[in-house]
Design a protein around this ligand. Structure first.
Ligand code: WTA
Length: 576
């Protein structure tokens, strides 16, 4: 669908009153320290992100401003900063009563709802580290994450609680259930009853900048998902990228379409907007083209942060649909999570009359690092330029910087405010990211042009990006081989025009099983019900044997070459 990339095509700046006036000037003069006086720790030495997001606005006279506009098929509610302060205070007290202390892990496994945000903020207020879980996770995925983090409390809702294997989680003390029906099961507490009993006056737990804030589990190419730890200090970057990249002004109505189960839904669905004191729109329920346009229209959204797969689906729904809605309020559109096709950028310009600003970052980086700014020309297909204060480069495998147009490892000079501080329980894994002296190695390959714009090429490893969701092939393969018919499985990402990639599994069956369409469906459902719907392979191909190294590792690289009809390369390590 795309023409070859044109490094000279530019979509010029549209006049406007941007927070960041001159990118080059900011690059020369900006220092992270300049942001610090904005936070209370500058005076007290102690901080709490939930205070900075919510209470602070009440204390400074903005308590009646709408903080949250929530809607789904049933509910349509709004909450002021004062209401969110009081509700999160209550929940903080409830958690304290349950014995939660600073540093404890409180996980949130809830469908999107106002209560999710109340629970998130309340947990932060008592100094807990919040672990958000995507509601699509099934039992195995929930178990892995709660075991590894040794979570003390999980907040959930009635329809999801059945997927929490309480019996396998000795460290888990309480399951707080919103909408609890019937008699409480083991360790269960009613969210509503706890809230009812709790006081709305709370003594906030003031913490250090380097104390834990959120724990996001994410996939790599090997092993189980790893817990990426961020600390309160990340706020510096959440705030200033919200100001300069999202271009948030006080009167903005902002909508980030990501679920808080993913990092975009916390860094940019909670922290960036509320640190900037803007009204935050949350839409529950599934994606639908019409509902999304309706949300933009009905809430008069001004700043919209979304993802390429969604934009491709909206493009697929056509221009006619766009004309049925009044989208005139939207002044700034951004995208993250996967490569944004130049075609989509051009379509957006034509149909929405707005530029779509791509941004690049990762769970591990905690916040945006390479971006297109409203004050800067966009080159369609490019991720943009490094944020002021960020030193990004393309380096070879020895850490030497490469000249323009040469493809290499996308690396960032170590030490920005929102950089992850640990991989939970796994210091060796953490160190792998920093194996080249002074650099954080992203695992993405990219190149830079002579104007300093960065262009994404792909992953260096086997991590799959399907609809912007990171899926580790190992996790899917492990689930597949639990199925009685599966002897061996290898999983790859297969290019797809809408989803970026889809998951494809190559499977060798056990003795006594025959390939069939029914078996494919059964295996697909097995992953869907055991792990998560988005981790289930859309395509399955049965093979008598899978390519393996002599040490028995499935060679995904060979599977990928088969799939794409490319040469298989060096096979010297393959068993015969
Ligand atoms: C990919 C999401 C191309 C990339 C915030 C990265 C992108 C991974 C872009 C992180 C982009 C993210 N263009 N690819 N603008 N943004 N990616 O941790 O491969 O879920 O390493 O974080 O998504 O995915 P994660």
């Amino acid at each position: 669908m795309d023409k070859p990339l044109d490094h000279n095509e530019r979509i010029p700046v549209v006049n406007g009153d941007f927070n960041l006036k001159d990118y080059e000037e900011a690059r020369r003069t900006f220092r992270w320290e300049d942001v610090e006086p904005r936070f209370t720790w500058h005076r007290t030495g102690k901080v709490n992100a939930a205070y900075e997001c919510i209470d602070r606005h009440v204390d400074e006279g903005r308590g009646d401003k709408v903080a949250l506009l929530y809607s789904d098929a049933q509910r349509n509610e709004s909450y002021t900063f004062r209401q969110l302060r009081d509700l999160s205070n209550r929940f903080g007290n409830a958690l304290r009563k349950l014995g939660v202390k600073k540093g404890d892990r409180v996980f949130i496994f809830m469908s999107r709802s106002p209560e999710l945000y109340v629970a998130f903020l309340g947990a932060l207020k008592v100094g807990a580290i919040v672990g958000p879980l995507f509601e699509a996770f099934m039992e195995a995925a929930v178990r892995d994450r709660l075991q590894d983090s040794q979570a003390k409390v999980v907040v959930t809702n009635e329809s999801l609680k059945g997927r929490i294997p309480v019996q396998d989680l000795p460290h888990l003390e309480h399951v707080v259930v919103q909408g609890l029906t019937g008699t409480p099961g083991p360790k269960e507490q009613s969210f509503e009853a706890l809230m009812e009993e709790a006081s709305q006056e709370l003594a906030i737990e003031w913490v250090d900048r380097e104390d834990g804030l959120v724990l996001h589990y994410t996939s790599g190419s090997t092993g189980k998902p790893k817990g990426v730890l961020h600390v309160h200090n990340a706020m510096i970057q959440h705030y200033i990228t919200g100001l300069w990249v999202l271009d948030l002004h006080p009167e903005d109505i902002y909508w980030c379409t990501a679920d808080p189960g993913w990092v975009t839904g916390t860094s940019y669905g909670i922290f960036a907007p509320w640190l900037n004191g803007v009204t935050n729109v949350v839409r529950g329920g599934r994606f639908s083209q019409g509902d999304w346009y309706k949300t933009l229209q009905d809430h008069r959204v001004t700043v919209w942060y979304t993802a390429p797969t969604a934009l491709r689906m909206l493009m697929g729904a056509g221009e006619e649909l766009v004309r049925q809605y009044d989208l005139s309020s939207v002044r700034h559109i951004l995208s993250v999570g996967e490569p944004l096709n130049p075609e989509v950028v051009r379509w957006g310009l034509k149909v929405y009359g707005r530029r779509i600003h791509d941004t690049w970052w990762m769970t591990e980086t905690g916040a945006q690092l390479i971006c297109n700014y409203p004050c800067m020309d966009i080159k369609p297909g490019s991720m943009g330029k490094p944020f002021p204060g960020i030193d990004a480069a393309i380096v070879d495998d020895e850490g030497r910087e490469l000249p323009p147009y040469q493809m290499g490892n996308l690396a960032i000079r170590r030490g920005w405010p929102s950089m992850m501080r640990a991989i939970w329980n796994n210091p060796a894994k953490y160190q792998e990211y920093f194996r080249l002296e002074g650099w954080y190695i992203s695992g993405d390959s990219a190149y830079r042009d002579e104007d300093g714009y960065f262009w994404f090429q792909g992953r260096v490893d086997d991590v799959i990006n399907t609809s912007g969701e990171r899926v580790g092939p190992f996790e899917v393969e492990s689930k597949l081989v639990e199925h009685p018919a599966v002897a061996e499985a290898g999983v790859i990402g297969k290019p797809d025009p809408v989803r970026g990639e889809i998951i494809k599994a190559f499977i060798a069956l056990r003795q006594g099983y025959e390939p069939s369409e029914e078996l494919k469906q059964e295996i697909r459902d097995f992953v869907k019900n055991g792990l998560a719907a988005h981790a289930a392979p859309r395509e399955i191909e049965f093979r008598d044997k899978l390519p393996k190294t002599r040490s028995g590792k499935i060679m995904r690289r060979v599977l990928k070459a088969w799939e794409l009809g490319l040469p298989t390369g060096d096979l010297s390590t393959m068993e015969d």
